[in-house]
Design a protein around this ligand. Structure first.
Ligand code: UDP
Length: 336
């Protein structure tokens, strides 16, 4: 079976590609390498360098390859950046998905699994969050993911395109054998940034606000191992091919950790001191996001293998220790 992975050179996309190839799928990757890494592309995947908003380019890919299903990761995904550059997010995430659905419809490709986000919920009234909770995003990123979901819903009704929307909570960790891992430039995510402090590449981590209405004042998030997350994509493909109806699922661990608790966990795992300072809040951040993952467990048959935060951080740490400058081997580390 041939699967087209859009964004297959990115952090989550590359882990999905490795998992698909491990499981005997043929993989075609499309990535514009704006945030993806060449070094993360699996040698057995066929790679097209281009942007999904370029319809002629995308049509060429669908013409050249026999595509049985699509997994769509190609999007901008940073909460803070989305508040500074909202139009870039609408263009890449919403317009990009629009072009993709047009091309899928033209080429009669009927199954898609795509990345959505916990950011669609906004500030929840209670946790854990179930899939039928109201969706009132507090940032542009979440708004674009919600618009993508809505486009999928109406396209599914009109054109018979079946979808599974996976609402990710906070994805972390790396492939357990440390072949690939998380490498953004610039890095903005909490766990890889704290690991940079452990590696002496940064002198401290800044906590974005300690005046939230949480038990220690810092934001609470639900962290899920990237390998558990990508497992759910294969289950979702299988679900669609077995006739499952279009649906939306949370992917999280059903458990939250504050920023201070994550710093403490990184200290435990790495045995390094992690100096921190308190900064101001980051625009768009909800105070708490914790998933109910019952639906994905029940309907997709998903199981979470890495429930412990230390195990997630340990796999991230192993990759970062082996690849202190990420996929870009020639960069020298520096304080910033
Ligand atoms: N965070 C922080 N300092 C940082 C980066 C992140 O305090 O340098 C906080 C951020 O405000 C959020 C949590 O850590 O509450 C996770 O942020 P991240 O950017 O990793 O993921 P997001 O929740 O935005 O998807």
């Amino acid at each position: 079976m041939n699967i087209l992975v859009l964004g297959g050179a990115g952090y989550i996309g590359s882990h999905a590609v490795y998992n698909l190839i491990d499981n005997g799928f043929n993989v075609v990757i499309v990535d514009n390498l704006k945030t993806g890494n060449k070094g993360a592309i699996h040698s057995k995947a066929k790679f097209y360098d281009g942007d999904i908003r370029n319809k002629n380019f995308l049509k060429t890919v669908f013409k050249n390859e026999k595509i049985d299903g699509v997994i769509h990761f190609a999007a901008n995904s940073l909460v803070g950046e989305s508040m500074q550059k909202p139009l870039e997010y609408f263009s890449n995430n919403v317009f990009g998905t629009h072009v993709l659905l047009e091309v899928m419809n033209e080429f009669n490709v009927k199954n898609i699994v795509f990345s959505s986000s916990a950011a669609v919920y906004g500030e929840p009234e209670v946790v854990p969050i179930f899939e039928d909770f109201s969706t009132i995003p507090t940032n542009t990123y979440g708004e674009t993911k919600l618009m993508m979901e809505k486009m999928m819903k109406w396209s599914s009704l009109a054109y018979g395109i079946n979808y599974v929307s996976l609402r990710y909570f906070n994805v972390a960790g790396a492939r357990s054998n440390a072949e690939i891992g998380e490498d953004h430039s610039p890095e903005t995510h909490l766990i890889p940034l704290i690991l940079k402090v452990a590696l002496n590449q940064m002198k401290e981590i800044t906590i974005y606000g300690n005046d939230y209405d949480t038990y220690d004042g810092t934001c609470i998030r639900d962290y899920i191992h990237v390998e558990d997350l990508v497992d759910a994509h294969l289950l979702a493909l299988n679900y669609l091919y077995s006739g499952g109806k279009s649906d939306t699922f949370n992917l999280g661990n059903n458990r939250g950790y504050s920023v201070l608790e994550i710093i403490e966990a990184v200290r435990r795992v790495t045995k390094h001191q992690i100096p921190f300072k308190i900064g101001t809040r980051r625009a768009g951040d909800p105070s708490i996001l914790i998933a109910s993952n019952e639906k994905a467990k029940k309907i997709l048959g998903w199981t979470v293998k890495h429930e412990e935060i230390d195990s997630i951080i340990n796999d991230a740490w192993n990759w970062h220790k082996l690849n202190p400058t990420g996929f870009k081997k020639n960069l020298t580390s520096q304080f910033n």
